[in-house]
Write a new protein. Structure first.
Length: 164
């Protein structure tokens, strides 16, 4: 981590992790918002353009940040300070990690879009930042284990190697 800090590379953990002194933890950081947007688009795309989704961003995300991200996800994406109505298709960005030009975002979504109230699934979106195109998705990894366990495993995986 010290090498990343000294070289000016981004080191971001949303939410903060134990022992990550020196890492940024601001969910309203422009880099974080760009990563969240690309991750949400990637998991929203298979749902189709007619799918209405309710977006939840990480804790402490400001309304202005929601306004910067959600309208760009899709024409039918929405957010509100109130919890979504029953039966809403919810996409929640729970964790974001950035290490230089590589990032991961963990998005919680329904395991089956036809059953929005049913089981939830974590999808880790792996991204890379290119000088020309900016942040772009390299791959998606759906976890086939419980949500909390998947979030822990995804974080552990990033400690070893965040690259796709």
């Amino acid at each position: 981590m010290m090498l990343a800090l000294l070289s000016g590379c981004a080191w971001i953990n949303i939410p903060a992790q134990g022992g990550d002194y020196g890492a940024d933890h601001d969910p309203n950081d422009e880099r974080v918002l760009r990563i969240e947007l690309q991750a949400l688009r990637a998991v929203d795309e298979p749902l189709g353009p007619d799918a209405a989704v309710f977006v939840i961003l990480p804790k402490d995300t400001l309304p202005a940040s929601y306004e910067a991200v959600v309208p760009q996800v899709s024409a039918k994406a929405a957010w509100s300070a109130k919890p979504p109505a029953t039966g809403a298709l919810v996409l929640e960005v729970r964790q974001v990690r950035v290490r230089g030009t590589f990032a991961q975002a963990d998005v919680i979504q329904p395991a089956n879009a036809a059953e929005p109230e049913g089981l939830k699934q974590v999808v880790t979106v792996y991204l890379h930042r290119d000088i020309v195109v900016g942040w772009h998705v390299e791959r998606l990894r759906p976890w086939h284990i419980g949500v909390e366990e998947a979030l822990v495993q995804s974080e552990r995986e990033a400690e070893i190697n965040i690259k796709p």
